[in-house]
Design a protein around this ligand. Structure first.
Ligand code: FAD
Ligand code: FES
Length: 351
């Protein structure tokens, strides 16, 4: 048995099985709904249900509050249709969705760029390339069924000159995958990935100026996006804010300075929250998402792309829409949620 899901205002429809989350059905059928974690933790897939009945599996309370649920909002990643459904999703894209593939990859190189950031370059099967939009991510399929997501840090076109994909991985002590990356992982190790996933990519049908906001390794997909903009000759005004606790956390600072020098439409604002005197830091200080508000108290004509630590992404979304007039549908984000976030207060709908 399956149900019909209609998405407004685009009018696109797709079928969802009786046990299948709406998002999984949409991805399977190439419908570009917005999403991030696919796991009920980030809230990126939240949308309004205009008609029908949806029952949620396990999800975090902060991703969908009881009040939002009472107001008719749903999470498509863990919501299953119990009737035909009509949802409103203004971010639905007509971008060609690339096929999601599983493939073996080989660790081509491991490069430590700061105390807790490793750049992993992965070699794909011979003469293969991965089709994706700059900003999207892949999942590692780990033993025992666990999965971990990492955003491509190189734009797709760079695979022509240097085959393979680049990932920026931050060590989370005690973490299943990153303990391995910073411990036993060696070059030539074989892993399995699946992708591309995600709706965090540049909406090229808009001419609005861009605010690009990264915290920590949230820089990875924005690096890909900057490379893509340069390659395509996209000249929308863009200001990239990159936040870290200490200057060393901005592990590709020189790369960003060089890009900003090459691209007249791109400005780069590094922001450090906990600089020590020995850092000799003379740049901006404080919370990176606040620096955006200081420079752009009115974001009503902008698009914002935010990526990295969930607290930064959530604060940016809340404050930019509430105090700077950013339209909710002009905020695009990938929140780097982890098992720690998923362990926070979780609920599921009673059946
Ligand atoms: C869309 C998306 C894109 C991402 N892209 C990137 C990226 O480009 N770069 C990047 O560095 N990260 C990225 N992430 C985060 C990444 O997927 C992992 O979550 C992160 O690297 C941690 O993985 P891990 O297996 O090492 O840690 P996990 O096993 O997930 O553990 C994370 C932390 O939580 C603790 N923990 C584990 N289980 C529990 C529990 N039950 N209760 C409380 N604490 C617990 C662990 O000790 C550890 O400190 C992304 C996430 C998403 C959703
Ligand atoms: S994609 Fe649904 S909550 Fe993250």
């Amino acid at each position: 048995m399956s149900f019909n899901v209609r998405v407004l205002p685009s009018g696109r429809s797709f079928a969802a099985g009786a046990d299948e989350p709406l998002l999984a059905a949409a991805i399977r059928q190439g419908i570009g709904l917005p999403y991030g974690c696919k796991d009920g933790a980030c809230g990126s897939c939240k949308c309004k249900m205009l008609e029908g009945a949806v029952v949620h599996g396990t999800h975090q309370l902060k991703a969908l509050t009881p009040q939002e649920q009472a107001d008719g909002f749903i999470l498509t990643c863990c919501g299953v249709a119990h009737s035909d459904v009509v949802i409103e999703s203004r971010q639905v894209t007509d971008e060609s969705a690339f096929p999601v593939r599983k493939m073996p990859v080989r660790v081509a190189s491991l490069q430590r760029l700061s105390a807790d950031v490793m750049v992993i370059r992965l070699q794909l099967p011979a003469s293969d390339t991965l089709k994706y939009h700059a900003g999207q991510y892949v999942e590692f399929m780990l033993a025992g069924g666990a999965r971990r997501s990492y955003s491509m840090a190189n734009a797709p076109h760079t695979q022509q000159q240097a085959p393979g994909i680049e990932l920026h991985v931050r060590h989370m002590p005690g973490g299943k995958f990153t303990d391995h990356v910073f411990g036993a992982m060696k070059e030539k190790e074989i892993l399995r990935i699946e992708g591309p996933y995600g709706s965090f990519f540049l909406r090229e049908d808009s001419a609005k100026p861009l605010v690009l906001l990264a915290s920590g390794t949230g820089f990875a997909p924005l690096k890909a996006l900057v490379q893509h903009m340069q390659h395509k000759g996209i000249t929308r005004t863009a200001t990239l804010y990159w936040g870290g606790r200490r200057p060393a956390d901005l592990y590709m600072h020189d790369w960003m300075l060089a890009k900003a020098a090459e691209m007249p439409h791109l400005r780069y604002i590094p922001v450090v929250s906990d600089a020590l005197p020995e850092d000799g830091w003379s740049g901006r200080t404080g919370f990176v998402h606040k620096a955006v508000l200081q420079d752009f108290p009115d974001l009503s004509g902008h698009q914002v792309y935010a990526c990295g630590a969930p607290i930064v992404v959530e604060s940016a979304q809340r404050e930019y829409t509430a105090t700077a007039g950013l339209p909710a549908e002009e905020f695009f984000a990938d929140s780097f949620t982890s098992e720690a976030d998923k362990a926070q207060a979780a609920v599921a709908d009673p059946l």
